[in-house]
Design a protein around this ligand. Structure first.
Ligand code: AFP
Length: 373
């Protein structure tokens, strides 16, 4: 190949094939938005892989919208996503988990047809330990073209998502994507050159190469993931489900289970995509003012769409996650997702009238402390 021929964009070529049949304008817009996200994630992957060598470890030194201290890599990833999205003509606005309010694109705020929500760096407690981390993203329609979007425009249920995905920065960097036509997996191929397109290397930019085009989550599993240190704060249906898994062969399930907990949702979901399993971050009473941990728009909804598109199920225990309409940009929800048979069982436990779902919320540590008898 001579120097004047631009290298092929394998991600875009795969998306062109994948989106055949979609209205051409809509398909082009979606391809460009996904390419913008993917380019940002190449750069995040580059920085994450260098870690301390790129001065990307440690705290950023300022408090974020959740009063938590973000890591340097959180801030770097957030900036890389923002700069890539601002250059995309189809993105009217984006909402990052790191910021209180959405950001309207200066150039494309009234014209773009997409809103993007993202968690720039999921699992940031794992950064310095060199354990898998990721970026989660969701593409929603901007329904009122001609007007710059505000926070209210993001208040859409998950089933409105045009596309959703995550990029996992693990031993390999992978992008797992759904455009509502099943689930695709792309591997990031750095062979050729370690050039992120930022002019820092001599060769061609790395390529996203399609490795799987129809991910299916096995319906049966013997593996679950939950932070068991919170056990005493869970509601009854979760207590029952986990107790029965732990009882294994000698309990009502009459089979042994295995447990995992990485503390990176991207890594947990990817394991489920690969071999099945259940991920639970249920409601708990540790902090009565904040009974739920994961964000609906930036984490739960995109993961729910991916899991459902792969044949799994995603719920908060009583409702499908994709049906929940957010009240606020950073609303948190319980998340229970994975292999369908197990999720059906957990939903059944929540529906069981003998399992009072909120009993613990109204106990001693609640805002709603019951008067002493
Ligand atoms: P951070 O990105 O703030 O590290 O949060 C990641 C996460 O929300 C999710 O990926 C994990 O499932 C969960 O936190 C693990 O956190 P615990 O420490 O509560 O187990």
């Amino acid at each position: 190949m001579n120097n004047t021929t631009p290298p092929p964009n394998l991600l875009d070529e795969a998306l062109q094939r994948h989106l055949v049949g979609m209205a051409p304008d809509a398909a082009l817009a979606l391809r460009e938005t996904i390419n913008a996200i993917a380019q940002a994630c190449v750069r995040i992957s580059d920085v994450a892989s260098l870690g301390v060598l790129a001065d990307a470890h440690g705290l950023a030194g300022e408090r974020d919208v959740h009063s938590e201290e973000p890591k340097r890599l959180d801030v770097i990833a957030d900036g890389l996503m923002a700069s890539s999205l601002s250059a995309c003509r189809h993105v009217a606005a984006w909402a990052s988990q790191e910021h209180e309010q959405p950001h309207v694109s200066h150039a494309h705020g009234t014209k773009g047809g997409h809103l993007v929500v993202f968690d720039p760096l999921d699992g940031s407690s794992n950064i310095e330990a060199n354990i898998s981390i990721g970026t989660i993203f969701s593409v929603l329609p901007h329904r009122y073209r001609g007007m710059a979007p505000g926070a209210a425009d993001f208040m859409q249920p998950g089933h409105q998502q045009i596309a959703a995905g995550y990029v996992l920065y693990g031993p390999a960097t992978l992008m797992v994507l759904t455009c509502r036509r099943g689930v695709l997996v792309f591997g990031l191929d750095w062979r050729g050159a370690r050039d992120t397109g930022a002019g820092n290397g001599p060769g061609a930019a790395p390529q996203w190469v399609l490795t799987y085009d129809d991910v299916r989550i096995p319906e049966h599993t013997r593996e679950f993931a939950i932070n068991a240190s919170n056990q005493r704060f869970w509601e009854k249906p979760i207590q029952r489900y986990v107790a029965e898994c732990v009882a294994g062969d000698s309990g009502p399930r009459m089979k042994d289970f295995n447990m995992r907990w990485v503390a990176s949702m991207v890594a947990e979901v990817h394991r489920i995509m690969t071999r099945g399993g259940v991920f639970l971050y249920p409601r708990d009473t540790r902090e009565p003012r904040r009974p739920d941990r994961l964000r609906l728009l930036a984490e739960a909804a995109p993961m729910a769409l991916l899991v459902e598109q792969a044949g799994g199920r995603a719920t908060n225990g009583t409702s499908e996650l994709l049906d929940l309409v957010p009240d606020t940009l950073h609303q948190r929800v319980p998340v229970i997702l994975g292999s369908k048979d197990e999720i059906d069982r957990i939903v059944g436990y929540h529906a069981d009238p003998s399992e009072n779902v909120s009993w613990q919320l109204f106990k001693t540590r609640s805002l709603f402390v019951q008067p002493q008898a």
